[in-house]
Design a protein around this ligand. Structure first.
Ligand SMILES: [Zn+2]
Ligand SMILES: [Zn+2]
Length: 167
């Protein structure tokens, strides 16, 4: 699923400004790779970004996409979600937001919540490190999957909320 066009425009202009600010040239390749992440509402992984970009830039390599994504992370223009570098997913939503993850299909949606933004970091976290941002991940079964079968509807009752801190 894709995000609203005006949100994409906002993300792209923030990206263009960010590159300019960092003194990095805006190439068609960088723009296409960023757009592929920015237009998606579902945090694509590197293979998904590559497949999308290749439709418009057939000469692009997986390695280039990979290196470009990580350089955009170093510039603070993208962030990652998830834990493993193998199946890392990219997020162009740099504003404060939280995630809903479907345990059945793996889809990951962004959502806003003032309540979650205001959450106080528990004291126990200080023993682990210094918190830079708080992001809540709610795991459950998405409406698309829960509409499919009865057994999956049951699974949605087992949904768990999990606090997740990212640096
Ligand atoms: Zn689902
Ligand atoms: Zn996100």
């Amino acid at each position: 699923m894709e995000i609203a066009p005006e949100t994409l425009d906002e993300r792209v202009s923030r990206f263009v400004e960010g590159l300019k600010g960092a003194g990095v040239k805006l190439t068609p390749q960088r723009l296409e790779i960023f757009r592929e992440v920015a237009k998606s509402a579902d945090h694509p992984d590197v293979e998904t970004v590559f497949r999308g970009v290749r439709k418009r830039l057939p000469s692009v390599s997986l390695d280039t996409v990979y290196r470009t994504l990580w350089s955009l992370i170093d510039l603070g223009l993208l962030s990652t979600v998830g834990h493993s570098r193998e199946r890392v997913r990219f997020d162009a939503n740099m504003g404060s937001h939280h995630h809903f993850v479907c345990e059945a299909c793996g889809v990951m949606w962004d959502f806003q919540s003032d309540e979650f933004d205001r959450v106080r970091v528990p004291d126990v976290v200080r023993k682990l490190g210094s918190a830079q941002k708080t992001q809540v991940e709610i795991r459950g079964i998405c409406t698309r999957c829960s509409g499919e079968t009865t057994s999956r509807r049951c699974a949605s009752r087992r949904k768990e909320d999990r606090w997740k801190r990212r640096s």
